[in-house]
Ligand binder design. Structure first.
Ligand code: SF4
Ligand code: SF4
Length: 441
């Protein structure tokens, strides 16, 4: 799909304005947007703002042009820092500690890597932890340990020792320690209670009502996993309030998102539900509208806070690569990966995604689709990742892909709804109004 078609109904860049600021018509008002600042203005005031931004008029009393330019400049600066290898000093240690898994999910991208008994080297974990703790100390930031998989992290019997050792390293480095585990929830009650008591945050995968969940996420022997999962959620919820839910949605179930979200919210008293379209499957770009309609319907029904990770307008972010998130990601038995979707050292080496081995990775992964250059969403969009990856194909095109269209539509809707809720009334009364959308400006 050409950028002209993509841009038809969304924020467009104001020509000749640098750093880029975007606008769109909203009935009797005009909306202005720079990543981090959103404004609405009546016709006359909108002409003035455009004139000031383009240099035709001097700055006046209205601070809107200042705020827009400031937000655009700060987003550009953060983006440059994020993509500069000199700034890569990770404060988060992400560990795929094991390739064991007790489920056989129909869509698992790591299935090919699953192997019993292959675990991440403890020596490597501890050496990396010391380095990360040193970075945290220098930057004055907390150390975040993320246990994820690959395989199912709760199957690693070393978990209690690893957690204790990481905490000890942080204590010695005098940095606060934070921990997160992402789990499939298939474990005995004792382990569930231990996890709830020892991790700051627990993310758990639930794909919906039992028939759907059991179909997509059966046990290794093919039997149902929902009852065990439900028991785990209850055990964790009794001890911890920091439980988040993650749903993977297959294209054939896009229309069921409101039902899935409603079920999880009601059954588990969920406050926040992450809904993600399945990774690494070709999804027809035209299905983006089906996904978005259903997602937005679920949001409007408000069973819980419904979020998706492809476009987060309150942050400056790009693709999900670990190196752009100040994360050091270790994979078993003794490798590192810049890609969250890589589960083993063998895979990281085969795809040449080990940041310790390839200094050119930052450059490769920073490569942009030229059609993203003038997009209002470019400073908070994961692009086509992980289905489209510039490290794996020089011809990778993000713009127009399924995820591009989802990210644009959801971001556009969020901005427009924010404007309707907060800015339309004041702008109609006073001529203009604006709101800051990022804390880090
Ligand atoms: S798929 Fe490619 S772009 Fe996405 S996280 Fe992995 S390495 Fe980065
Ligand atoms: S991939 Fe993202 S930044 Fe690129 S055109 Fe699509 S929405 Fe815009």
């Amino acid at each position: 799909m050409s950028p002209d078609v993509l841009n038809k109904d969304v924020f467009r860049q104001i020509e000749g304005v640098s750093p880029p600021v975007f606008f769109r018509n909203a009935g009797d008002l005009t909306l202005f947007y720079a990543p981090g600042y959103l404004a609405a203005a009546r016709k006359r005031e909108a002409e003035e703002i455009t004139g000031i931004l383009s240099g035709a008029l001097p700055f006046g009393e209205d601070m809107t042009p200042h705020y827009l330019i400031r937000a655009a400049l700060s987003a550009q600066a953060i983006w440059q820092q994020m993509h500069d290898p000199e700034n890569y000093r990770p404060t988060c240690l992400t560990l795929y500690t094991t390739l064991d898994c007790n489920l056989n999910c129909s869509y698992c991208f790591a299935k090919a890597a699953h192997r019993e008994g292959v675990r991440l080297s403890k020596d490597l974990i501890m050496a990396a932890a010391r380095e990360v703790a040193g970075n945290c100390r220098e930057k004055g930031e907390p150390f975040t340990a993320v246990f994820h998989g690959g395989g199912e992290p709760s199957l690693d019997s070393r978990l209690p020792d690893l957690l204790t050792d990481l905490q000890w390293i942080c204590k010695q480095a005098k940095v606060p320690f934070r921990s997160y585990i992402a789990t499939n929830g298939v474990m005995d009650p004792e382990k569930a209670r231990w996890i709830a008591a020892h991790f700051d945050r627990v993310g758990i995968s639930v794909d919906g009502p039992p028939e759907l969940h059991n179909r997509q996420r059966p046990l290794r022997n093919g039997s149902e996993s929902f009852r065990i999962l439900e028991r785990t959620i209850k055990n964790i919820s009794r001890i911890s309030e920091n439980l988040s839910f993650r749903v993977t949605v297959l294209p054939e179930n896009f229309g069921r998102i409101p039902e899935i979200a409603g079920f999880i919210a009601e059954r588990f008293d969920a406050e926040e539900i992450h809904i993600e379209p399945v990774y690494h499957q070709h999804i027809d770009a035209d299905l983006a509208d089906v996904f978005c309609e259903s997602f937005l319907k679920a949001q409007s029904e408000k069973p819980a806070k419904i979020v998706s990770s492809g476009s987060r307008i309150g942050e400056v972010h790009g693709r999900f690569c670990q190196i752009f998130r100040q994360a050091l990601h270790l994979v078993p038995p003794a490798g590192a990966s810049s890609c969250f979707a890589v589960s083993s050292q063998e895979e990281a080496e085969e795809k040449q995604l080990d940041p310790m081995q390839d200094e050119a990775l930052f450059e490769k992964l920073s490569r942009e689709d030229p059609d993203c250059e003038h997009c209002f969403n470019r400073f908070h969009c994961a692009r086509g990742c992980p289905d489209v990856c510039p490290a794996l194909s020089v011809d990778a095109r993000d713009a127009g892909s399924f995820r591009c269209r989802v990210n644009r539509r959801l971001a556009e809707t969020e901005l427009t709804e924010t404007a309707e809720r907060l800015l339309f009334g004041p702008a109609r009364n006073y001529g203009y109004a604006g709101v800051k959308l990022r804390e880090d400006q």
